[in-house]
Design a protein around this ligand. Structure first.
Ligand code: C5P
Length: 220
């Protein structure tokens, strides 16, 4: 792992979950811990990159030498990501963005008078697809959390979202992914794929950053 591998490059990473407000006290979210994204930001900074970490609500300490932008909702993450990614060299979408948000957010706490209630949801914008569609697009990396057909779904995401690389992991295995300190991934490119066996997330992050640095700057 070369310390200068990403020197002079601007790297933008999304991490953690998003929260979609129902009312002032309630929200829809998921179990993402942010650990993989924070480890990637630390590794990118170590590799010499100007590193921007756009983070949903997590209980992690922001890494040194990383500019962290705290966001809450998918829409906030979208705006920060598009703003920062424009003109950057590398974008890594490790956030577990909520797929839907409530159509309406109540300004007052909703009372529990009704026996039944329905929350209408609308789809959130796809952040990584929007970054990959920028005219001046960075090298764009997505994640795929799947419970089956890992490689097929990852390859589908690579093509549909127009990504350069997809890092896929099996979330049906509780010992890896989400809240775990370890991860085991399949790195999927257009014509090849590489399995990286179960390893600590910070070691994996360094391996992934080294691979991405090599792909974006193969002569170095
Ligand atoms: O489509 P799916 O959510 O499975 O794709 C996962 C990848 O897309 C991840 O890299 C995730 O960060 C990104 N994503 C995004 N914006 C969304 C949904 C997913 O950037 N609204």
């Amino acid at each position: 792992f070369e310390t200068g591998a990403l020197a002079g490059k601007k790297v933008v990473i999304t991490a953690g979950p998003t929260r979609e407000a129902i009312d002032p006290v309630r929200y829809i979210s998921n179990h993402s811990s942010g650990k993989m994204g924070y480890a990637l930001a630390e590794a990118a900074a170590e590799a010499g990159a100007e590193t921007i970490l756009i983070s949903g609500p997590v209980s992690l300490t922001p890494p040194d030498r990383v500019r962290t932008i705290a966001v809450t909702s998918a829409q906030e993450m979208y705006e920060a990501a598009l703003h920062e990614a424009d003109g950057s060299e590398l974008f890594i979408a490790s956030a577990a963005v909520a797929d839907y948000r409530p159509v309406q957010t109540s300004q007052q706490k909703i009372k529990k008078d009704a026996a039944e209630m329905t929350i209408e949801l609308v789809k959130n914008p796809d952040i990584v697809s929007a970054v990959a569609a920028l005219a001046n697009r960075p090298f764009t990396v997505g994640f795929a959390a799947e419970t089956a057909n890992l490689e097929n779904y990852a390859r589908g995401k690579l093509e549909r979202k127009n990504l350069d690389l997809v890092i896929a992991n099996d979330v049906s295995d509780r010992t890896i992914g989400f809240n775990s300190d370890d991860n085991e991934v399949l790195v999927v490119e257009m014509n090849t794929s590489e399995a990286i066996p179960k390893i600590n997330k910070s070691i994996l992050a360094r391996q992934l950053i080294a691979k991405i640095a090599e792909m974006t700057n193969p002569t170095k």
